[in-house]
Design a protein around this ligand. Structure first.
Ligand code: CTP
Length: 406
């Protein structure tokens, strides 16, 4: 949630300016106070009325309009901002900012602010690649300016290349990351696993399960938004990579184990939300298995996969999930004991609004001392927050816990 956050959204003159209406709308819907400042040329591409409509706030378009109140307010906006986001940012605004020019409302506000500034450039490939633009970018990066690299694709010029405004989703993710960097998990390193694994039978078939990855992604994103450094190890999912998180894609349980072992040594916490396959085909054929004579059964020999959570141990907290269909608390408690976990989140995957594929979950969090807390049905995002609250308590209570020195 972006409640209580003031986001100053600077819009400069680019054909991509229309996309900022969606950005302003989504940020407002998420609770932020969005103060839009448009450059003169931005107003040629999209009307300030659109932004006024989606933010319910006055839009600053000129330093000289008495009615805008900006002449008195511009320092106030610079001070009120928790973050300034310029999206889309032209080569021109980047050049001005790199040189301390303050000749309009937006440049004045940026020059006056102590808040972090996030810049999402959008321009023609040639302008972006030009060494002058790149030098300006490099100069700003040495200050508290963060850049979101422009995307590759269709450009207004009709060409295909680098220079498209990054996805609004990535811009919002990065805003959350920057706003959360002094959060209560700052300095903590978390490894999260998500999704199911695919265990190949032959080149075209695999054994898999219904895990969508949503719970693990929600945990990873919530930890990022609280300032943690996050590694997300995920099996195949339909979800896009979240920004501000190191994402490692794997297919099989064995690959997941390797990735966990490699990354967890430096971590404070391992949270295994992945639905790891328990069995994999003993042999994997290199050619597609053919249908046999009609009526003849096909038998697959399966062997156990490594139990990652049970086998990977160290000085970090270990948190598991238990996907159950019956005797939920008993089964989950047994897993907590057998795998010697610090916490386990148990959920009934047979309930229609809980478990696989849906956006909500109903979990009971059980800790080592046997205490359990049954949470009501809530979004996976909220469940993630509650799990992290418990993780943080344990981390802070851990004898000698100072976090790792990284
Ligand atoms: N897990 C794991 N490696 C496996 C299987 C499971 O690390 N090969 C982890 C899961 O990520 C989860 C926890 O162990 O955090 C419990 O997973 P679950 O599938 O509920 O339990 P299992 O131990 O596999 O037991 P069962 O399938 O018999 O219920």
């Amino acid at each position: 949630m972006l409640a209580n956050k003031t986001i100053v959204l600077g819009i400069t003159g680019s054909i991509a300016s229309y996309k900022s209406a969606d950005l302003a709308s989504k940020l407002t819907q998420d609770g932020a106070r969005v103060e839009v400042i448009m450059t003169e040329s931005a107003t040629r591409f999209i009307s300030p009325i659109t932004f006024r409509g989606v933010t319910s706030r006055p839009v600053v378009t000129s330093m000289w309009e008495m009615s805008s109140g900006f002449s008195i307010e511009h320092v106030a906006l610079a001070e009120a901002a928790d973050i300034i986001v310029i999206a889309p940012a032209t080569a021109d605004i980047i050049a001005k900012l790199a040189n301390g020019i303050a000749d309009d409302s937006l440049t004045c506000t940026v020059l006056a602010t102590k808040a972090p500034v996030l810049i999402a450039p959008a321009m023609d490939t040639g302008m972006w690649r030009n060494s002058i633009t790149q030098e300006n970018v490099a100069r700003l990066k040495t200050r508290d300016f963060t850049f979101i690299e422009p995307g590759y694709g269709h450009l207004a010029s009709g060409c295909v290349g680098e220079g498209r405004l990054a996805d609004i989703r990535i811009i919002i993710d990065t805003i959350r990351q920057i706003l959360g960097r002094n959060g209560d998990m700052a300095g903590k390193r978390i490894v999260v696993t998500a999704g199911g694994t695919h265990e190949a039978i032959d080149p075209v078939r695999y054994i898999g399960n219904r895990s969508s990855g949503k719970m693990g992604f929600a945990v990873a994103e919530a930890a990022r938004n609280r300032g943690a450094g996050v590694v997300l190890i995920t099996g195949p999912t339909a979800l896009p990579d979240p920004a501000g998180i190191e994402v490692i894609h794997i297919q099989t349980a064995i690959q997941m184990k390797k990735a966990v072992v490699k990354t967890v040594a430096k971590a404070d916490v391992l949270i295994m939300a992945a639905a790891v396959a328990d069995y994999m085909p003993k042999r994997q054929t290199t050619q597609k298995i053919k249908k046999t004579a009609a009526g003849r059964a096909l038998t697959l020999d399966l062997v156990e996969t490594p139990d990652i959570l049970a086998e990977v141990k160290g000085g970090f907290l270990r948190v598991g999930f238990a996907a159950e269909t019956e005797d939920i608390i008993e089964n989950a408690t047994r897993k907590l004991r057998n795998k010697q976990l610090d916490l386990i989140a148990a959920n009934d995957v047979t309930a229609s609004n809980s478990g696989f594929e849906v956006d909500t979950n109903r979990v009971t969090i059980i800790s080592q001392d046997g205490k359990s807390e049954a949470l009501p049905l809530m979004s996976k995002k909220e469940v993630a927050g509650r799990i992290l609250d418990k993780v943080l308590k344990l981390l802070n209570g851990k004898p000698g816990a100072k976090g790792h020195t990284h």
